[in-house]
Ligand binder design. Structure first.
Ligand code: S3P
Length: 177
C-alpha cells in the first residue's frame, strides 16, 4: 500500500486545511483531489456539474483515484466528500475520516468571511435539505471506509493534525501552532 494519508469526510468539514497542516507538521506535500480534477479538466467543479452532470464528475473522481494509486506516495491527500466511493480508496493510503455533526459544519461555513463563495462552489450544498440527507446517508459510508476517525468539532486544525499524526504513529517534524 502507498504511504499516503487520505482525508475523507463531508463537504466543508476542513479536509483541505487539515491536509495542509498535516503536511506542514510531517514534512510531506499535500494535494487535493478536486484541484487535480480541475487542473485535468481545465474547469471548476461547479462548471463540471453544470455542463456534464454529476455522473461525469464521479467518473473523473474514479480516474483520479486510479492515478493516485499508481503515481502518488508519502503525500497527504484531501478528497471531495464523495471520493469515499471510489473503488480503490483503500489502496491509496491510510484513510482518515474527519467527523463533525451537520449543524457544526454548516455553522462553520456560515461564520467564514467567504461563506458565499464556499457555498457557491459546492453544487451539492445548494439545498440544505438535500445536503442533510446526503450527510445522513454518507455517515456510515465514511465510517466503514475509515482506518481512523477523528472528531474535529470545535477543534483547531493544528490540534487535529497533531492527533492524527500521533494516532498513526508518525513523528512530527515541527510542532503544531
Ligand atoms: C462533493 C464534495 C465537494 C466536491 C463536489 C462533490 C460531494 O468537495 O468534490 O462538489 O459529493 O460531497 P468538498 O468535500 O471539498 O466540498
Amino acid at each position: 500500500m502507498n504511504e499516503n494519508i487520505v482525508l475523507i469526510g463531508f463537504m466543508a468539514v476542513g479536509k483541505g486545511r487539515t491536509a495542509r497542516e498535516l503536511a506542514r507538521q510531517s514534512g510531506r506535500y499535500a494535494i487535493d483531489c478536486d484541484d487535480l480534477i480541475e487542473s485535468f479538466s481545465k474547469m471548476k467543479i461547479k462548471e463540471i456539474f453544470e455542463r456534464y452532470g454529476e455522473p461525469h464528475f464521479r467518473r473523473l473522481e474514479r480516474e483520479t483515484g486510479a492515478w493516485l494509486e499508481n503515481h502518488v506516495d508519502s503525500t497527504v491527500i484531501s478528497t471531495g466528500g464523495g471520493f469515499v466511493n471510489v473503488p480503490n480508496l483503500k489502496n491509496i493510503g491510510v484513510v482518515v475520516y474527519l467527523h463533525s455533526d451537520f449543524e457544526s459544519i454548516l455553522a462553520r461555513v456560515m461564520d467564514h468571511p467567504r461563506a458565499v463563495k464556499k457555498l457557491e462552489k459546492r453544487p451539492l450544498l445548494k439545498s440544505l435539505k438535500k445536503a442533510r440527507r446526503l450527510y445522513d446517508s454518507r455517515l456510515n459510508v465514511y465510517r466503514a471506509a475509515a482506518d481512523l476517525e477523528i472528531d474535529v468539532t470545535g477543534r483547531k486544525t493544528a490540534d487535529v493534525a497533531r492527533s492524527i499524526l500521533q494516532q498513526l504513529g508518525i513523528a512530527p517534524l515541527v510542532e503544531g501552532k
